[in-house]
Ligand binder design. Structure first.
Ligand code: NCD
Length: 305
């Protein structure tokens, strides 16, 4: 039995297989409509979510399965002081697979060590978010036709942005990738993310505070929200929240085939006026997220079409 806590638990070949499966689900949805009949997914969300939780639930329904769970810690026994380990043991009695989001880094790993069913990390604090990464990889592959030989810029809150950490980890294993890290000094990518991935894999990267000085070089721009809930001081959040706003005017200096990504939710870093730009890919990411989670649920439940 396998869980998915960190994207690096999947080999490159396994990622390719998941993305191939997602492509096949998109092309032939009927083939998959019954494969999880009788199976239950529990979504245990101790932190807010729209896309991740609902796409997991939609994914399980589209596979013919059922869903149970909670969407806030306050409505679970966590509010009475129950541990993550006990919650995981309990839910294992009711569900065949668990997707868990938690504000504490490592909580889904603790759940996986105590559950008797597979556990998927649906985001743990400022740490990791492997299923968003599968979503992002599927989007890049569908837009660019490949997962190699491009320059990707990550912009915004690279310190607390867990989607950034997981995507850097995944892309570090492909060839011809160049990374540009664009953030205020206070929100730079943590050293461990750079060392364990970019440095260890020999991925060339640069760091800058100036989006406009690098925008024209990028094939992919991965924008992020400043993660208000992870700041210790409101004052610091207010000072940094408007660091990067991607306006249509700024995008004039970008490549014609730039792929603009964002895990969403956005606050104001991408104005609505950009949505009609053909280079905007963030709502495609939303849709892809459901298909890749269908592929992942099938893999972890070991069901075939
Ligand atoms: C992200 C997350 O929860 O980390 N959202 C998502 O899952 N699509 C990004 C964010 O909250 O900024």
């Amino acid at each position: 039995m396998r869980s998915l806590i960190d994207i690096k638990e999947l080999s490159v070949a396994e990622i390719e297989a998941l993305l191939d499966r997602a492509d096949d689900i998109i092309a032939n949805p009927k083939k998959y409509a019954e494969v999880c009949r009788g199976k239950k997914l529990a979504t245990l969300f101790f932190e807010p979510s729209t896309r991740t939780r609902l796409s997991f639930e939609a994914a399980m329904y589209e596979l013919g399965g059922n869903v149970l769970g909670f969407s806030e810690a306050q409505s679970s026994s966590a509010a009475k002081g129950e541990s993550v380990a006990d919650t995981a043991k309990t839910v294992s009695c009711y569900a065949d697979i668990i997707a868990m989001r938690h504000p504490k880094e490592g909580a889904p790993l603790v759940a996986a060590m105590n559950a008797s069913v597979p556990v998927i990390n649906a985001g743990d604090g400022g740490h990791n978010h492997p299923t968003q990464t599968l979503t992002d990889l599927l989007t890049i592959r569908r837009e660019k036709g490949k997962l190699s030989d491009f320059t990707i810029g990550f912009c915004g809150d690279l310190k607390f942005g867990r989607t950034v950490h997981s995507l850097i980890a995944a892309l570090s294993r492909y060839t011809g990738i160049k990374v540009v890290l664009i953030s205020p000094d206070e929100l730079r990518v943590p050293d461990y993310v750079k060392k364990d991935n970019l440095d260890d894999c020999g991925i060339p990267y640069t760091e800058t505070t100036d989006l406009m000085s690098v925008l024209g070089e990028l094939d992919i721009l991965y924008m992020t929200r400043v993660q208000k809930e992870r700041f210790f001081s409101e004052e610091e959040y207010l000072r940094l929240k408007d660091s990067y706003i991607l306006t249509p005017e700024k995008l004039r200096s970008a490549k014609d085939d730039l792929c603009i990504m964002h895990p969403l939710p956005r606050v104001n870093e991408i104005p609505v006026a950009v949505d009609s730009d053909p280079r905007a890919c963030y709502f495609k990411q939303v849709l892809n997220g459901k298909f890749v989670r269908m592929a992942l649920i099938m893999m972890l439940l070991e069901v075939e079409a």
